[in-house]
Design a binder for this molecule. Structure first.
Ligand code: SAM
Length: 231
């Protein structure tokens, strides 16, 4: 999978050289390139923002650096998916991550200030599929942290990134429920015992217990995920 990131703070992404994603990059499974949007400006101050038409607080990202950058990073790409993180976008879920993990080429455009001139989204739609995606119902200072979260969630679903693919199947949100509780040695720690069933060696009982725990946990913590829960 090829991923291009456009940002005015490329060093945010230095952490993506670590751990599983770092290894996947080293192995050529993920080709991740982070670009400085200011490289597509032409003035002495490398300006990427300007005042909003109609007045109001804050600055808006100028369209031309975005258009030039998008042209360049999508030039050799048949049909890229261009993601703009935005608090006003569709909500990012495990299903979104799974969907995006099947794409050949993802481009992430990280907004800053009050956001990006709206015409950039129309322009980008001529170059590929455009998705405006929100990490959640809160406002971040920029799209970088949202992009990192999405790249991590998407990247670990790309075949070969996580060593044991079975570990992905049982995770929270994969089957619409939260994951069951996990324990490791010692079996008694600070007077707290591991549930007896997990020491029983009875695989059917363990599977049933884990399923019950998933349902109970989801009911208590995230009833909205259950079919009869509140949306
Ligand atoms: N004025 C915008 C609004 O009210 O919708 C918010 C702009 S925010 C300060 C700057 C940038 O942060 C956005 O362009 C977007 O890239 C990113 N951002 C902020 N909150 C986000 C969220 N919940 N999910 C994804 N990206 C977010």
């Amino acid at each position: 999978m090829r991923i291009d990131v456009l940002s005015i703070f490329p060093s945010y992404f230095d952490g993506l050289t670590l751990s599983l994603l770092g290894r996947a990059r080293g192995a050529g499974i993920l080709q991740l390139q982070v670009h400085d949007l200011r490289d597509w400006t032409s003035d002495r101050h490398r300006t990427v923002d300007d005042t909003p038409y109609g007045g109001g607080a804050g600055m808006v990202m100028k369209p031309e650096p975005w258009a030039l950058a998008l042209d360049d990073v999508t030039r050799d790409s048949a049909r890229p998916t261009i993601v703009f993180p935005s608090p006003a976008g569709e909500r990012f879920t495990q299903a979104t991550a799974r969907d995006l993990s099947t794409r050949e080429h993802l481009v992430f455009g990280c907004g800053r200030y009050e956001g990006i001139d709206e015409r950039v989204f129309d322009y980008a739609a001529e170059l590929g599929e455009v998705r405006l995606i929100s990490l959640g119902d809160y406002v971040l200072n920029g799209g970088e942290v949202a992009t990192m979260a999405m790249i991590e969630a998407i990247g670990r679903l790309v075949p070969g990134v996580v060593g044991n693919p079975e570990s992905l199947v049982e995770e929270s949100h994969e089957d619409g429920l939260l994951e069951y509780p996990s324990y490791t040695k010692p079996s008694i720690w600070r007077d707290r015992a591991v549930p007896e069933v997990l020491l029983s060696g009875n695989h059917a009982r363990i599977a049933q217990w884990r399923r019950d725990q998933q349902i109970e946990r989801t009911r208590l913590r995230r009833p909205d995920l259950l079919p009869d829960g509140d949306a």
